[in-house]
Design a protein. Structure first.
Length: 87
């Protein structure tokens, strides 16, 4: 392993890799792993669908400026705009 291997900016050592391998060899509690959840939290009872959207640099800058101004995420601003448009 090279010295530039990192996770979240921290160097991964041979000792850490050995510890991970030993943990894996013992086995994992599958039920406990499933309880942790995976990925981002859901927005409702059904899984959300990711939709690609192409914006010009100017449009994206306007979305980002509004998100910053209102303390929201880019996705929140886009969802609100879609909801207002559909109403």
């Amino acid at each position: 392993m090279t010295s530039d291997e990192t996770i979240n900016g921290r160097a991964v050592t041979e000792e850490q890799i050995s510890a991970w391998a030993a943990e894996a060899e013992v086995g994992y509690d599958v039920d406990a792993l499933k309880k942790r959840g995976r990925g981002r939290p859901g927005r409702g009872t059904e899984p959300s669908q990711v939709v690609a959207l192409r914006l010009t640099p100017e449009e994206l800058a306007a979305v980002d400026a509004r998100a910053e101004r209102e303390g929201k995420t880019r996705s929140d601003v886009i969802r609100e705009a879609l909801a207002a448009s559909a109403a």
